[in-house]
Design a protein around this ligand. Structure first.
Ligand SMILES: C[S@@+](CC[C@H](N)C(=O)[O-])C[C@H]1O[C@@H](n2cnc3c(N)ncnc32)[C@H](O)[C@@H]1O
Length: 278
């Protein structure tokens, strides 16, 4: 039987927000892929490595890891059935044979002990009721000398691009949506160091990485995507139509100056954490 400690997260990511993410995987990948290079540089995956991707979602980073570990294997673990289903379908369509996916809760998943050379995560390690227990479990899955590299969100800077562009909506986002709870749990680098050290990792570093956050091909597409996202929908569904329409118009106008031939690109920043298992 599958072990689950994070029952609220399991419910949330197997509910409408997980389904929405899985159905819009390309948009979410476009949004988050500006930090892939930094993540993979820190992970330093070798051709023969066994890689674990924690909270792999629809598996873009698992597939990228599998390509780097051409003679090894990448395993993506995620608590969400719709995300794992989508990850498997895309991976099969792309003909990547050395990437596999499992559904499970990383906090308590019975990973094979000392099996992996490296564990990575693009924003999939914030959603734990007990971070120390979860990272201890992930650490146990790594061989001695194995590496951990992940990225997680920073608190948005009040004068950053996102704060400016989404200001008309930010004022209305009072409640975190179910899947969003925990999202900012590692936004303090001191907390990341504390948790990883308590979980037995050594050589912990946490660095700020800036990159483009791509919201879509143009401002119209970007505003459509933004207003269907779980946290926004969750807060706006009971607001008067006129309020929502006005907020949409203001966000669309604020996004226009960021349109480029490569999409609507805002500057963003994440924390990149790296550590090793002694
Ligand atoms: C913000 S999304 C990131 C997904 C993916 N890494 C990406 O970059 O597209 C967070 C992911 O973590 C997964 N997740 C949340 N809690 C988890 C847990 N306890 N164990 C495993 N996966 C979890 C969610 O289902 C979701 O796919």
């Amino acid at each position: 039987m599958r072990r689950i400690a994070n029952t609220q997260q399991a419910e949330a990511w197997n509910g409408p927000e997980g389904v929405h993410w899985a159905d819009n995987a390309d948009s979410f990948d476009m949004l988050n892929s500006g930090f892939n290079d930094a993540l993979f540089e820190a992970a330093a995956i070798g051709a023969h490595d066994r890689v674990l991707d924690v909270g792999c979602g629809t598996g873009q980073t698992t597939r990228l890891a599998a390509r780097r570990a051409a003679s090894g294997q990448a395993v993506g673990l995620d608590i969400s059935a719709p995300m794992v289903e989508r990850a498997r379908a895309v991976t099969a369509a792309e003909g990547i044979a050395n990437a596999v996916f499992e559904q499970g809760d990383a906090q308590v998943h019975p990973f094979p002990s000392g099996h992996y050379d490296v564990a990575v995560s693009r924003g999939g390690v914030m959603f734990f009721t007990d971070h120390t227990v979860a990272f201890t479990n992930i650490g146990r899955a790594l061989r001695p000398g194995g590496r951990l590299a992940f990225i997680c969100p920073q608190m948005p800077s009040p004068d950053g691009d996102s704060a400016r562009v989404f200001a008309p909506v930010n004022a209305l986002l009072a409640q975190p949506s179910p899947a969003q709870r925990g999202m900012m749990s590692l936004s303090d680098p001191a907390r990341v160091r504390e948790v990883l050290t308590a979980a037995g990792f050594a050589g912990v570093t946490v660095t700020s990485v800036e990159g483009p956050v791509n919201w879509g091909r143009n401002a119209d597409e970007a505003v459509d995507f933004y207003f269907t996202m779980g946290p926004v929908r969750h807060n706006l569904e009971k607001k008067p139509e006129e309020t929502v329409r006005e907020a949409r118009d203001r966000v669309r106008a604020a996004l226009r100056p960021y349109e480029t031939p490569d999409g609507v690109r805002l500057r963003g920043a994440v924390w990149l954490a790296a550590a090793t298992r002694p």
